[in-house]
Write a protein that binds this ligand. Structure first.
Ligand code: AHM
Ligand code: MG
Length: 340
């Protein structure tokens, strides 16, 4: 019997490309470059417990948080890969205060810019818990031939050409969308390839997992508090009480809910009136993936995340994402106490 060969990421993106008559293969090549950087980071993350890489680097990132060595490594690995691809004109990264414009001959005419969080879930790095890379790809709006500027990055999420994440978990997966559904690939380390494992992910409309940092409970808006009470009440018909699951790594929390059905919430709190998560490189890419899988992503008050007009690179936004019916219910509670 001939064993079926797995379909690789490269094969799938080439197939997808043929759906766009005008495509020159640049986006496909860019995704392949990204996958190479992902494998380099995967290798480092897997070795992290073995070599003296854990612990803190000497510097602090732009949000005043400690950077771990792996954050720095991942940031450099992805930036180098984008720079050497000749397909990217600049990057906005969580780890860098300002945008990085690639103004050399190879990149200055390139048409894409990337927003990324090179290693999200930093508090989980040195405790062997899943972490992730999140990325979002846009077409630049400034003319080619000049260095990109902030406006190229401050585009609405609806303008994303592609987005995705890599989760470094019990296996490493790459999940992405180009607007033709959300698809997942699992890295087979024995052949070094991302192999198609989750074709056209369809997230359940009704989940039974809620994910929120309940340690912040007293600082939550009234609508969130009441929704949590609703999640915890018993009701056979709607399968409540729901289950609470929170890892503290957005990629891992979202990934689980995407496959099983659930709602992730990082609301505004008293200390963080805009929430914690960043619009450009955390919320928008996740929102694109959620919607492409049949889910939703809003600020909890009916505003679609991908329609928020960004005003700054590291902007934060309250974030509700996951199963459609759960999100609708949470928003009903939010609407009742809009100012509390
Ligand atoms: P980071 O970019 O510093 O890693 O912070 C983002 C992370 C997300 O992965 C996660 O959803 C959230 O912070 C958890 O925050 P908290 O510890 O406040 O619950
Ligand atoms: Mg982050």
């Amino acid at each position: 019997m001939i064993r079926k060969q797995p379909q690789t990421l490269h094969e799938v993106i080439i197939q997808e490309q043929s759906a766009f008559a005008y495509a020159k293969g640049e986006l496909s090549r860019l995704l392949s470059h990204l996958a190479i950087a992902a494998k380099i980071v995967h290798k480092k993350v897997n070795k992290a417990g073995l070599v003296d890489i854990l612990g803190k680097a000497d510097n602090i990132n732009v949000q005043g948080e400690e950077q771990k060595k792996l954050d720095v490594f991942a940031d450099e690995a992805f930036i180098n890969s984008f720079r050497s691809s000749g397909l990217v004109a600049g990057v906005a990264s969580e780890e860098n205060d300002d945008i990085i414009a690639f103004d050399d001959e190879l990149s200055i005419n390139s048409k894409y810019v990337i927003c990324m969080d090179p290693l999200d879930g930093s508090s989980n790095i040195d405790v062997n818990v899943s972490i992730g890379t999140i990325f979002s790809i846009y077409r630049r709006i400034s003319p080619a031939g000049k260095p990109v500027n902030e406006d190229d990055f401050l585009q609405k999420g609806t303008k994303q050409v592609a987005a995705g994440y890599i989760i470094y978990g019990s296996s490493t997966m790459l999940v992405y969308t180009t607007g033709l559904g959300t698809t997942g690939f699992t890295l087979d380390p024995s052949i070094g390839e991302f192999c198609l494992s989750h074709h056209f992910i369809d997230t359940p409309e009704d989940g039974n997992i809620y994910s929120i940092n309940e340690g912040n409970y007293t600082k939550f808006p009234r609508g969130v508090k009441d929704y949590l009470k609703y999640c915890q009440e018993s009701d056979e018909e709607s399968n409540r009480p729901y289950t609470s699951r929170y890892i503290g790594s957005l990629v891992a929390d979202f990934h689980r809910n995407l496959l099983k059905g659930g709602l992730f919430i990082y609301p505004r709190t008293l200390q963080a009136p805009e929430g914690k998560l960043r619009l450009l490189y955390e919320c928008n890419p996740i929102a694109f993936l959620a919607e492409q899988a049949g889910g939703k992503a809003t600020d909890g008050l009916g505003n679609r995340i991908m329609e928020v007009k960004p005003t700054s690179i590291h902007q934060r936004v309250p974030f509700f994402t996951g199963s459609k019916n759960m999100l609708d219910k949470a928003e009903e509670f939010m609407q009742l106490y809009i100012n509390d």
